[in-house]
Design a protein around this ligand. Structure first.
Ligand code: 4AD
Length: 467
């Protein structure tokens, strides 16, 4: 067997007049009198390689009747193509059929819906759509590390098992080794968590932020990139129970610095995939965005690269919504949390650009956000983008010991559990700030895919943990 080459490198490096082996999955077989044309994809590119199989090959009968989805190893000579539409083809010398398929193979040639592919998530990587989405996802992940590394951030692995509810929303998955039918109880009948594995209640993390703050106040700038879990009962196209979040945290920085970092980061992601995944972006735009009436998906991403993000306060956002004349399902009164319909109006209709909303009412935000002198708002921000709504959420953190303690008391929080978090404000406290970007929402925004379940390998959501 000759050296195995990937189709991507054969086509990109224009490798011809050489013998090679390719391995992959058959997309189609077309039989003529003296030849068969086998179209092969190996997952390295959206492009396929056409292989010409002469009827003199000893196992020709089996080759010419291969079904789409069969896995093969083919050795042959690469040559400039005679046919239209491609530059290089292979003249097969040896075709080894590795894995056959039968007619129960779910991915037949006819177009398959995204819903159908979700039910066959173990096979959907064989389609062009998922090949494209997951190649872009890979590049966005790589670009994230490159972006932060180049700016002096350190990658921090924060715990997945934690006793904290960073966001205070109570949307946590419990971790326990107790026999659920018979947990140890205290005299008053309550469950005795001190007898559990960790000697206290423990959960899957909803955010690595509190741990990242500890390391930012020592290493200056860190970021996390890890799995995040929320048990919110949101069965929507934008929510997952398990998703990935990137959380930069920076010492000696304020909210304005985070607004600037967030826009620089998002632009970096877009320009990186423009450079490395144009085929994939164009394919997805053609089949998904343009179909849904968003004819200019790539154009609007390009426009974002050249534009300043809009920065407004929450109070200004409410004013715009109230004056819009639009009938929203939820009335945009000052003090309410912005709903997706409000967020999308601001970013898609009003500004047609990413919008950074800052200075939210303190009662709708987490305890750790720095309080503004007005006593009503906090230095929190959300970054809203067209097609998705909220993509990032962040804040300048309360770095004043007394102010933080007061806020925790007002919110009836248990200060004992967060003694170490308060300590940060006691010993060499410094202004610091950070944000979290929902990775799947970024993949949705850039690929133009409209359901978050199609941008993560195996989505977890209420009533679903299959595969
Ligand atoms: O706005 P959130 O809740 O912010 C935090 O967790 C902060 N601790 C981040 C920080 O300051 N370090 O979440 C951040 C982002 C959201 O903007 C959204 O993109 C994403 O995480 N997100 C989800 N993505 C998918 N499914 C869910 N259930 C999500 N919940 C939040």
């Amino acid at each position: 067997m000759k050296q195995r080459l990937l189709i991507k490198s054969i086509l990109e490096d224009k490798i011809v007049s050489q013998e090679a082996t390719v391995k992959g999955w058959v997309r189609s077989v077309r039989k003529t009198k003296n030849f068969s044309f086998v179209v092969l994809n190996d997952g390295s590119t959206l492009k396929t390689l056409q292989v010409i199989v002469d009827s003199h090959l000893p196992n020709y009968e089996n080759i010419s009747t291969m079904l789409s989805g069969t896995s093969v190893s083919i050795t042959g000579k690469l040559a400039p193509s005679q046919g239209k539409g491609q530059n290089i083809e292979m003249q097969a010398q040896l075709v080894d059929i590795i894995g056959t398929v039968d007619n129960t193979y779910p991915l037949q040639k006819k177009a398959t819906s995204l819903e159908f592919l979700r039910e066959n998530a173990h096979l959907r990587s064989r389609t062009n759509t998922f090949n494209a989405v997951f190649r872009i996802r890979h590049h966005l992940s790589y670009a994230t590390h490159q972006f932060f590394h180049d700016r002096g951030f350190y990658y921090l692995h924060t715990p997945i098992i934690t006793s904290q509810d960073c966001e205070g929303a109570g949307e946590m998955f419990r971790i326990s080794t107790f026999d659920m039918l018979n947990p140890p109880k205290k005299e008053n009948g309550e469950i005795d968590w001190s007898k559990d594995y960790f000697g206290q209640e423990a959960n899957l993390t909803v955010s690595g932020q509190l741990a990242a703050e500890c390391y930012a106040l020592g290493m200056n700038a860190v970021y996390t990139f890890g799995p995040t879990f929320r048990s919110e009962d949101s069965n929507t196209s934008r929510h997952l129970a398990e998703f990935w979040m990137i959380e930069p945290e920076v010492a000696f920085a304020d909210l304005e610095d985070m607004a600037n970092l967030s826009s620089e980061y998002l632009k970096y992601l877009i320009s990186h995939v423009f450079k490395h995944c144009m085929d994939e972006l164009e394919f997805l735009a053609k089949f998904y965005c343009d179909k849904e009436g968003n004819k200019n998906h790539l154009e609007s991403l390009r426009h974002v690269l050249e534009s300043e993000f809009v920065k407004i306060t929450y109070t200004e956002a409410i004013d715009i919504l109230q004056k819009s004349g639009k009938k929203f399902e939820y009335r945009p009164d000052w003090g309410v949390d912005l709903q997706t319909e409000h967020e999308r109006y601001l970013t898609e209709k009003h500004f047609k650009l990413p919008v950074i909303v800052m200075d939210y009412p303190k009662d709708i935000k987490a305890f750790y956000m720095k309080q503004n002198p007005d006593g009503k708002t906090v230095r929190g921000m959300d970054v809203l983008v067209p097609g998705v709504g909220e993509l990032m959420g962040g804040a300048q953190r309360e770095d004043d010991y007394q102010a933080l303690e007061r806020r925790m008391d007002e919110m009836n929080m248990n200060k004992k559990d967060l003694w170490w978090y308060l300590d940060l404000r006691k010993f060499g406290s410094a202004p610091h700030a950070g944000f979290g970007l929902g990775f799947e929402r970024a993949v949705m925004y850039i690929t133009g895919m409209s359901n978050i379940r199609d941008v993560i390998a195996f989505p977890r959501y209420p009533q679903n943990a299959e595969f």
